[in-house]
Design a protein around this ligand. Structure first.
Ligand code: ZN
Length: 172
């Protein structure tokens, strides 16, 4: 059995998607190519339904492949699973692209509106039209809604967008 690093990107992606349970399943898949659900369950110590849920999820995201084979001992069909480690980069880039799109929309929204805020961290920030309707009174804490400068958040988001663009540029 080859020794695996925690940093292995396949394992890391699995962890991003489903935490410790997925990490265990991912490691078991790398250690045992063409493993069945039951083999993975016994290798990880996880319940079979948890293993299956993780496998179907990873399969749905094209991170693993599955082939249906006849179990020679028992005569019924089982699936054998295999990590598609070459799909990890494509998956990560796709995810980055989605995050970037979401951030760009958020930046457009943040820069396109004036915000009003009472200063209480747990309260909502309001756009100008909302603040007028509320007579500049926070309905959550009764504090006064004051003009809120969001330029720091906006530049943080822009920085993140640039970082993602750089990473995606290097990948293609
Ligand atoms: Zn408030």
């Amino acid at each position: 059995m080859k020794k695996l690093q925690y940093e292995d990107s396949f394992v890391k992606v699995a962890g991003l998607l489903g935490g410790d349970e997925y990490i265990k399943v991912a490691r078991a898949l790398l250690n045992n190519e063409n493993a069945t659900d039951e083999e993975i369950a016994s290798a990880t110590g996880l319940k079979i339904n948890i293993v299956r849920r993780a496998l179907y999820d990873l399969f749905g995201k094209s991170l693993i492949s599955g082939i249906r084979v006849k179990d020679p001992k028992r005569g019924w069909y089982v699936y054998q699973w295999k990590a598609q480690t070459d799909q990890v980069d494509a998956f990560l880039n796709n995810r980055k692209r989605k995050i970037m799109e979401r951030l760009k929309k958020r930046v457009a929204y943040e820069t396109g509106h004036n915000f009003y805020f009472c200063g209480t961290q747990s309260c909502k920030k309001r756009v100008f039209e909302e603040a007028i309707d509320l007579s500049f009174r926070c309905p959550e804490c009764d504090g006064q809604l004051q003009p809120h400068d969001n330029s720091e958040q906006v530049s943080a988001m822009k920085w993140k967008i640039e970082q993602l663009e750089r990473e995606l540029g290097q990948a293609s």
